[in-house]
Design a protein around this ligand. Structure first.
Ligand code: 5GP
Ligand code: MN
Length: 340
């Protein structure tokens, strides 16, 4: 975090503040971990910080320290609106535009609170008084660690905070293997382990919690996978009926798209998941190398993210969405097949 941002943040935090810490809709390990860790430390610094998430987070994160303290906006709309309108300061973590919070966007736009943005996604919007944006970072959790370092608060990292930060770094880096995992990331992780993280337990809590339904749904997803070698692309579809048949719970499809990306020769992987309630098809994009799924998701699917991991949505039917996707591929054939 640069000196100007550090000075600004120190000024904003100079006296006790009412603070709301917000993550993005459909919060993942990085969003939940970073918000909980930051709120915990802000509370140790005599501020009054509450984490508010737009909607619920997956069960595989429900063992995280303090996670019961999170207010879920769509389950407590009035309480959340009041916290937002009464706040002096709002930290937005792990997203780059207020519309990433779904319905919460409206109260967030109305409040007079000042914003601090901490995020590693590309092209952040301009709404914050202090912006700590770095697209080279492995995760927002790693950024929260550097943020705490910059404001002189590393000594406030308890084993709980360390556990929250470790979890987000681990999930956002695919267990320390994605390209943004740096030597510094590993140094941060080493310190977090010194602070009391039980790393083996965290891996088990996150990755060894498959239910028979989820494994069966993975089987369906793999059966549905189509490989298009001429575009070095693989995609998976899951219909609402397939989700219902396997008693889908939030988080059950997490990571499925990585199986498509793991196919030899594939550099572009996509999963299309029908969501009849929201009347959309939710899409996750992954790539290897220089093909930017952030740009692809922005251009065609009102989405965004990172160069190698992004998301978006379509309001067409599942079948029409896939047909359209296949029709788009030829215009990207050169980029997809130029990959070495
Ligand atoms: P996932 O595919 O795991 O949901 O998301 C991959 C990355 O893309 C994450 O960094 C996530 O924040 C971002 N992302 C997912 N969906 C959307 C979306 O609809 N809009 C934008 N701007 N980013 C998204
Ligand atoms: Mn993240």
């Amino acid at each position: 975090m640069n000196e100007a941002t550090t000075a600004k943040v120190k000024e904003l935090l100079a006296t006790p503040k009412k603070i709301v810490v917000v993550g993005h809709k459909n919060p993942d390990g990085d969003a939940v971990g970073s918000c909980l860790a930051l709120a915990h430390v802000l509370n140790s610094l005599e501020h009054e910080a509450t984490v508010v998430m737009p909607n619920d987070f997956p069960d595989f994160l429900k063992w995280l320290p303090d996670c019961d303290s999170i207010l879920i906006h769509d389950k407590a709309v009035e309480k959340s609106k009041k916290l937002i309108s009464d706040a002096d300061l709002i930290f937005t973590l792990d997203f780059n535009a207020l519309d990433r919070t779904g319905e919460m966007e409206i109260p967030l736009k109305e409040t007079t609170a000042k914003y601090v943005l901490i995020d590693h996604h590309q092209q952040p919007d301009d709404y914050a008084a202090a912006v700590y944006s770095d697209t080279a970072m492995s995760s927002t959790c790693e950024m929260v660690y550097h943020f705490l370092d910059a404001i002189g608060a590393l000594h406030l990292i308890t084993s709980e905070v360390a556990t929250q930060l470790y979890t987000g770094i681990m999930t956002d880096t695919g267990s320390f293997r994605f390209p943004a995992t740096s030597a510094t990331t590993h140094r941060v992780i080493a310190h977090l382990i010194e602070c009391g993280v039980k790393n083996t337990e965290i891996h088990q809590n996150i990755y060894d919690t498959n239910t028979p339904d989820r494994i069966a749904l993975l089987g369906v997803a793999l059966q549905n996978m189509k490989i298009l070698p001429e575009y070095r692309t693989a995609y998976i579809t899951i219909s609402q009926k397939e989700l219902d048949d396997h008693r889908f719970k939030k988080g059950d499809t997490e990571g499925f798209v990585n199986y498509a990306l793991s196919v030899t020769g594939v550099v572009f992987a996509v999963i299309f998941i029908e969501n009849r309630q929201e009347q959309i098809v939710k899409i996750s994009f992954r790539s290897k190398g220089s093909f930017s799924v952030n740009e692809f998701a922005r251009k065609y699917y009102s989405g965004g993210g990172h160069t190698n991991a992004a998301g978006g949505k379509s309001t067409k039917s599942l079948r029409a969405t896939v047909t359209e996707f296949i029709s788009i591929l030829p215009s990207h054939k050169n980029e997809l097949t130029d990959e070495s």
